[in-house]
Design a protein around this ligand. Structure first.
Ligand code: ADP
Ligand code: MG
Length: 604
């Protein structure tokens, strides 16, 4: 079987896996060797700055690259960490090892507050809001007497460890890079986890993630706080490295520069943070010397070069330098270590032919248009109910009303006797309603297996901290075992480790079904699952749906392929222009003059 071959081929894939996992140790080794070289102090100091910059940029990799949330305010959180530690060490004589945590606490609180307000905004409003508070914090730092106004705080002590002065050279280099590497490891681990997959789903909009039970706002705020904490650590290092703080390194210009580092390096890659911070810092130093010489007068000419560079990068390497390298690295098959993982918990199933979904006179108006006009129908367990009607009849809108994506204008929806209308997509999913989308929604750069594992979100618990400490591996094995089981069920067992974005349309639809099944639903809503499928795939889909019906699943199916609908549905509801035209068995629907007229578009 092809699937077994893919899973167990140790050759090329195994090599690639090794190649990827040696990345970090290799970097650590290279960094250690650099420290042993007789480099001039200038270069050690450069490398220290780069290490300090890697942290906030790593935060932006998560926030902007992975989640698609652009922030110009990252430098402000560097400032919070720097100022807190500078103020407390200078004025109260506290140890920097204590003030680090005070700074982190302050950062966490302020980021959570700012995040909870601004992350509700979408589109251009979010970056604009981040600029606004970046400016506000900058002027606050510059105008508070206690913080020394624009002169800042002088005489900040250096760091000591076990009585040893860390200085600004090799010991500091060791400290800053150990912290930077640990942060990279933590982020790599986070991204490869339950929470990480939820985070990676955020960039594609919140609809799919919420339907899988992910609290998208909470995850966005979480990422925002984590990014801010990384910035805060950087600020702490910065204050005790420079031994002085003033507002200028924490202003909007630096916020833009951090963003530039992330975009240049490759905003979605942890390694991009290191590449971006390194290249920008080196380039900046060289240009600051070179350009004024060339032009003949002094000035911040490097900014002009950066401006041009960023336009070129966005045009030719929109995913950054690292993406160009990463694309050439062979993809690794994940080691299949979940063969005997314990099964995930399941919910109690409805009785045979129980009314699972009861839709009562639901109505949706978009302005003057009544897209769904007092529609009522029921869906029973162990049955496939078809919802059909010409384009624009209101089928997808009905789906969105049932699943809580849209709010009802009037009417109500009951799921297993409980009113679910008004609950919101995530709460409805929690109760056992799972769906697919007419326009496939997945995370294109995750593997098929990872995408499907997203469906298990509500059946698992591990959070970010557990992921970073790798305490989530037992649960991960169970999640992947379930994801693989559902993928095999829909006939996709041979594609587990493929990039989801490379799949054919039909396969993408099957992926969505497998993902929905991972949620252990009692009601499955499928919006045009056969669109884009070939004849044989449709037959296989029909078999899968029949199998689910036999297990007692309630299925609501929107589908244009009449052959499939008539073949597998037990009951069919026909809509036209938002209204309920008729309902009955496939035979009754096929015989109906009204239905024929609706589909032919003639008067009746
Ligand atoms: P179907 O899935 O049956 O093809 P839809 O439910 O997608 O139909 O659409 C029903 C009607 O509602 C269409 O006229 C469509 O243009 C309209 N509609 C759907 N969503 C929206 C929206 N968000 N805003 C305004 N009109 C909408
Ligand atoms: Mg539709």
């Amino acid at each position: 079987m092809t699937s077994a071959a893919t899973l167990s081929s140790p050759g090329a894939a195994g090599g690639a896996q090794r190649l990827r996992t040696v990345g970090l140790p290799l970097l650590a080794l290279a960094l250690a060797l650099v420290a042993l070289l007789p480099l001039p102090d200038f270069w050690i100091i450069q490398l220290n700055y780069i290490g300090i910059y890697v942290l906030p940029v790593l935060g932006l990799v998560l926030l902007t690259g992975v989640c698609g949330l652009t922030s110009f305010g990252q430098a402000a959180f560097v400032g919070v960490g720097a100022y807190t530690s500078a103020y407390l060490t200078v004025n109260l004589g506290l140890s920097p090892w204590v003030t680090l945590f005070v700074g982190l606490g302050l950062t966490a609180i302020s980021a959570a507050l700012i995040g909870a307000i601004t992350l509700r905004m979408s589109g251009h409003y979010l970056p604009l809001a981040t600029m606004a508070w970046a400016l506000a914090l900058y002027y606050l730092m510059g105008n508070l007497d206690a913080l020394g106004k624009y002169d800042g705080i002088l005489g900040v002590p250096g760091l000591t460890l076990f009585g040893q002065d860390i200085g600004q050279l090799r010991l500091f280099y060791a400290l800053v890079w150990v912290i930077a590497l640990l942060a990279c490891i933590a982020v790599v681990r986070l991204l490869d986890s339950r929470t990480g997959r939820a985070i990676r789903a955020l960039a594609g909009g919140s609809q799919m993630a919420e339907a899988m039970g992910v609290n998208t706002l909470r995850h966005k705020v979480g990422v925002f706080v984590l990014a801010a904490l990384l910035a805060s650590i950087s600020g702490w290092l910065f204050a005790h490295f420079q031994r002085t703080v003033n507002p200028s390194p924490f202003g909007l210009k630096m916020g833009i520069e951090y963003l530039f580092m992330a975009v240049l390096g490759g905003a979605a890659h942890v390694w991009g943070a290191i590449a971006g911070a390194g290249i920008v810092k080196m380039l900046e130093d060289q240009l600051q010397v070179l350009l004024p010489k060339l032009i003949g007068t002094s000035g911040n000419y490097e900014l002009i070069v950066f401006g041009i560079l960023i336009v070129l990068v966005l045009k030719y390497l929109p995913d950054g330098l690292w993406e160009a390298i990463d694309r050439r690295l062979p993809r690794a098959a994940r080691r299949r270590d979940w063969a005997d993982a314990p099964a995930l918990p399941t919910k109690a199933k409805p009785a045979a032919h129980e009314v699972v979904l009861d839709v009562r006179a639901i109505r949706k108006q978009f302005g003057g248009l009544v897209a769904v006009n007092d529609i009522s129908f029921q869906v029973r367990s162990g049955q496939i109910t078809g919802l059909i009607g010409p384009n624009g009849a209101g089928k997808s809108t009905t789906f969105n009303l049932v699943t809580g994506v849209l709010t009802l204008t009037s009417g109500e929806v009951l799921f297993r006797g409980e009113r679910i209308s008004g609950l919101g997509a995530r709460k409805i999913a929690q109760r056992g309603v799972s769906r697919t989308f007419q326009h496939v929604k997945m995370v294109p750069d995750m593997t098929v297996l990872e995408n499907v594992a997203l469906g298990t979100h509500l059946r698992s618990h591990s959070g970010a901290a557990k992921a970073m400490l790798r305490l989530d591996r037992a649960e991960e094995r169970s999640l992947f075992a379930e994801a693989e089981r559902q993928l095999r069920r829909v006939g996709m067992g041979h594609l587990l480790h493929h990039k989801a974005g490379d799949l054919a349309m039909g396969q993408q639809r099957l992926l969505e079904i497998a993902r929905a099944l991972c949620a252990d639903p009692a009601l499955l809503l499928l919006d045009e699952p056969a669109a884009g499928l070939r004849h044989k795939e449709k037959q296989e889909l029909a078999d899968v749906l029949r199998g689910l019906r036999a297990e007692g699943m309630a299925i609501l199916l929107v589908e244009h392929d009449m052959g499939l609908v008539m073949d597998i549905c037990d009951h069919i509801v026909v809509m036209e222009f938002g209204t309920h035209l008729m309902e009955g068995t496939p035979d009754e629907v096929q015989r109906s003059e009204k239905v024929r007229a609706a589909y032919l578009g003639t008067e009746h």
